[in-house]
Design a protein around this ligand. Structure first.
Ligand code: DOR
Ligand code: ZN
Length: 348
């Protein structure tokens, strides 16, 4: 008999949906199984105004009602999906933030040029320049999500960023700061140092190390920022995720790029995991005997940390095999063509 596992109101607290045709292709893949997701603002141009937030949310909602690229998937049009919107961090004044606060769930800070469409990000972490914005966010209780990498040596970028997290966390003790897509043991250890620091962890960083990306033939579909790290880093991430650590949330960082931008000279960073996220998480947690902690990781912790109450949604998964499609539209998912151990049984 197959084993089943039920998840309630899954949340993906770090998701790239893009825009246009790509948005229409990928949004239904998340809205099918998740109650909501934190939508990243690194569009071209980035989402930096209230009008842009509202307009993008409308486009996301419209895309959720659009049929998926692969009709065989038989995706339902879900009424039960909340796009939690983010604003691209720049130095904003308090009046602006007060005005936009009801439309957003957080601000997302990118160091300038560190990853896809981040050129308009922060070029210097000068506290005097940033203080009015960060203090206003703290006063208004708007969390700060951070892509924490310096422009140093690629394997050291996240570790080098820890001093900036310390600076931010100690100067703004009431500001909730989320270390996005952490990939290192030092970042895991930092969680316990400051009460106002939290983290998201991706699926792919729980599954792979740099060896999987570049240890043999180069795997462009596993290339992302931050780059996957060492086995001991992955072990540290696994431990807190599998334990359902209360400050750690699932954020897929599912980041679709067209196939020709990945399989090319100058491969774009991003792993597309949206269509396999819950199935693979079940397989992973089950293989460690930790299925009971998955609910905390994929929903309860995020609800508590962000103070959000998603619409009811119940996903039943089972340990029946699922062969991952080669492509969704022109995007190649992680594990394309391979069979994973768990599948979606029903969504209500
Ligand atoms: O791999 C990544 N892809 N990392 C990021 O930080 C951005 C993302 C994207 O937008 O493609
Ligand atoms: Zn991202």
């Amino acid at each position: 008999m197959s084993k089943q596992h039920t998840l309630l109101m899954p949340l993906d607290m770090h998701l790239h949906l893009r825009d246009g045709v790509m948005l229409e292709t990928v949004a239904p893949l998340t809205s099918y199984t998740f109650s909501g997701a934190l939508i990243m603002p690194n569009l071209v141009p980035p989402v930096t105004s209230k009008d842009a937030v509202i307009a993008y949310k409308e486009r996301v909602m419209a895309a959720v009602g659009v049929e998926a690229a692969d009709p065989e998937l038989d995706l339902v049009n879900s009424d039960y999906f909340e796009p939690y919107m983010t604003l691209f961090y720049q130095n904003y004044d308090k009046e602006f933030l007060e005005d936009v606060a009801d439309e957003i769930t957080s601000l997302k800070l990118y160091p300038a040029g560190i990853t896809t469409n981040s050129e308009g990000g922060v070029s210097s972490f000068d506290l005097d320049t940033m203080r009015p914005t960060l203090q206003a966010m703290s006063d208004l209780e708007i969390p700060l999500c951070v892509h924490g990498e310096t422009d140093g040596f690629v394997m050291d970028r996240e570790a080098e960023f820890m001093s900036i997290y310390e600076l931010l966390a100690s100067n703004f003790p009431d500001l909730k700061i989320i270390m996005e897509h952490i990939t290192t043991k030092v970042a895991v250890d930092m969680l316990d140092e400051y009460p106002n620091l939290y983290a998201t962890i991706t699926l792919h960083h729980l599954l792979i190390t740099l060896d999987d990306v570049a240890g043999g033939m180069l795997k462009p579909h596993l290339f992302c920022k931050p780059i996957a790290k060492r086995p001991e880093d992955r072990e540290a991430l696994l431990k807190v995720a599998l334990d359902g650590h209360p400050k750690v949330m699932f954020g897929s960082d599912s980041a679709p790029h067209p196939q020709h931008k990945k399989e090319s000279c100058g491969c774009a960073a991003g792993v597309f995991t949206a269509p396999i996220a819950l199935q693979s998480l079940c397989e992973l947690f089950d293989s460690h005997g930790k299925l009971d902690n998955l609910q905390s990781f994929v929903s309860d912790n995020a609800q508590r940390i962000y103070g959000i109450c998603p619409e009811f949604k119940e996903i039943v998964l089972s340990d029946e095999p699922f062969t991952v499609p080669e492509k969704y539209g022109n995007v190649v998912p992680m594990y394309a063509g391979e069979t994973i151990g768990w599948s979606i049984e029903s969504v209500e």
